[in-house]
Design a protein. Structure first.
Length: 260
């Protein structure tokens, strides 16, 4: 515990913590890591997990993301409910596809320009209404439109589809919700205010699953094929042995017949 605690308070990620959480003996073998709500304040040796593809650090006390710059294979990252005010190290995570930073301290769209070089980024979440999480910059009325202009490759902003399959239907339903909400508000002075439309799906629904390790699957298929081939060979040998036994029995002289 002394190695994991920093003088300023908060948990530091150590090799022992990572191995205990994943069961892996080598840090570079870790592909998926979930350290949600562990009181982590310092990322420590996390940068040594060079093969990491899926990472959940939500609900901690993280302020600095420096070690994440070494994670070139990282595809999905959840940093919601932390104390992050700079995303600069994430500019080196060129494989990043989904990023959740809702509930942090990002106050300006300029702080997101470091992500402009992430060509594979498809989903970006700065606000989560279900969990009541946001960033200071979300107070700007047109921040979502500005994000869409800044990152034309995004397919989802704050969990809402903005392009790709289903986006037109989603926008149509949003417009319908807005129309019904305005209509309900003019019914009378004592009527209830229109409720804010909630997202159709839960948070994280659009986040891609971490890909399985192909080498492991290939080895499993190979071993299965070898076992299957061995079973077939044993079956063939058994059939030959049975056939030989039947021929031997059929060629035996009849014990009831006598030859003089």
């Amino acid at each position: 515990e002394e190695e994991e605690e920093e003088e300023g308070g908060g948990l530091r990620i150590t090799p022992q913590l990572l191995k205990a959480s994943t069961g892996e003996f080598a840090l570079e073998s870790i592909l998926l890591l979930r350290l949600r709500g562990r009181g982590i304040a310092h990322l420590g040796c996390l940068g040594d997990c060079t093969s990491l593809e899926w990472l959940d650090l939500s609900g901690n006390a993280i302020t600095q993301l420096g070690p994440l710059a070494a994670l070139k294979s990282l595809a999905v990252l959840n940093l919601s409910r932390n104390r992050v005010s700079s995303l600069e190290p994430l500019g080196s995570c060129h494989n990043l596809q989904s990023l959740n930073v809702a509930g942090n301290l990002l106050s300006s769209l300029q702080q997101l320009r470091c992500l402009a070089g992430l060509r594979r980024l498809e989903s970006l979440r700065l606000r989560d209404p279900l969990a009541r999480l946001a960033n200071p910059l979300c107070a700007a009325p047109a921040y979502r439109a500005a994000l869409a202009d800044m990152f034309p490759g995004l397919k989802a902003i704050d969990g809402e589809r903005v392009s790709g399959r289903g986006s037109e239907l989603y926008q149509l339903c949003r417009d319908l919700d807005s129309s019904l909400g305005r209509g309900g508000g003019s019914a009378g002075a004592g009527s209830e205010p229109p409720r804010v439309a909630q997202p159709w799906v839960q948070a994280g629904f659009w986040e891609p699953r971490p890909p399985r390790r192909s080498s492991i699957m290939e080895e499993a298929y190979k071993q299965f094929g070898e076992v299957l081939q061995e079973c077939r060979e044993l079956g063939r040998r058994a059939d030959d042995t049975i056939a030989q036994a039947e021929r031997a029995l059929n060629n035996r002289p009849d014990p009831n017949s006598y030859v003089f």
